[in-house]
Design a protein around this ligand. Structure first.
Ligand code: NAD
Length: 252
């Protein structure tokens, strides 16, 4: 495999999960040194580090805590000194209906925004400061088709957080591209991970793939391959793009 990412250190959040782990493996295969962030699954993060031959680091942080993202960035810079890329991949998808109590409704929206958006925004802030003081860097935000086309009645916060993430990506691209900081959003439809399995368990696979012309969910490795491509130093002109990975289920 081409080692297009040789010498790059990349922080990947939520890296013990399905898409995150695939991203880490792909980045490592292309020569990068990943910083594997995990929330709770220490054993999964350690196993992942072992799978990439130990050429990276692992870091714990709870992104549901107000300070979590800032602590994570400090930890990453302490470990690696120079970070070249940030992949905001951590995310949750909460079901909450309009029949929920006021307290449950507000709690679901606040938690979803904290993890999917505020945590990512805080990391972007710190990364931009670090990148522009150190010769540049790249941000990849894992958004979702849900943020582009709107989302299901029982999980509306999810789509809203992802739309915000796409918008943040565009603002960064417009504002900091001139200082060597570029940002790209990747917007998958269903990807076959635990998040998708939960949906399939509740609603069936037919419901998940019904509106996907190719009749299949994406695989985590497809998304990972694209992340590695976007991080290549040669790909600066992708700055500001939102890349759709949805089998044709949403064509803009
Ligand atoms: P996953 O549940 O396997 O992974 C999510 C990761 O986020 C996990 O590693 C988890 O530990 C981390 N995380 C969640 N809450 C956290 C917290 N409080 N603190 C720290 N880490 C926390 O899900 P996945 O399918 O691999 O999703 C990865 C990303 O891709 C998410 O942002 C998701 O929204 C996005 N996405 C997934 C799909 C899909 O169909 N699976 C589709 C579009 C977008």
């Amino acid at each position: 495999m081409e080692r297009s990412l040789e010498g790059q250190t990349v922080l990947v959040t939520g890296a013990s999960g399905g898409i995150g782990a695939a991203i880490v493996e792909r980045l490592a295969a292309e020569g990068a040194r990943p910083i594997i962030h995990f929330g709770r699954d220490k054993a999964g993060a350690e196993a992942l580090l072992a799978r990439i031959g130990g050429h990276g680091w692992i870091l714990q942080a709870d992104l549901s805590a107000a300070e979590g993202a800032f602590e994570l960035w400090r930890g990453a810079v302490d470990l690696a000194r120079r970070v070249n890329g940030l992949v905001n991949n951590a995310g949750i998808r909460t079901e909450v209906s309009i029949n929920a109590s006021q307290a449950d409704w507000r709690a679901a929206w606040q938690r979803e925004f904290q993890i999917n958006f505020f945590g990512a925004a805080d990391l972007c802030k710190e990364a931009i400061l670090h990148f522009r003081a150190n010769g540049g860097g790249r941000i990849v935000n894992i958004a979702s088709r849900a943020g582009q086309r709107g989302y299901a009645a029982d999980a509306m916060p999810y789509g809203a957080t992802k739309a915000a993430l796409v918008n943040l990506t565009k603002s960064i691209a417009r504002s900091f591209g001139g200082e060597g900081v570029t940002a790209v959003a990747i917007a998958p439809g269903w990807v076959r991970t635990e998040m998708a399995e939960d949906f399939i368990a509740a609603h069936g696979k037919a419901a998940a793939v019904a509106d996907i012309p190719i009749g299949e969910m994406a695989t985590p490795s497809e998304v990972a391959e694209l992340v590695a491509f976007v991080l290549r130093p040669s790909q600066a002109s992708l700055n500001g793009a939102t890349l759709d990975v949805n089998g044709g289920s949403y064509i803009r």
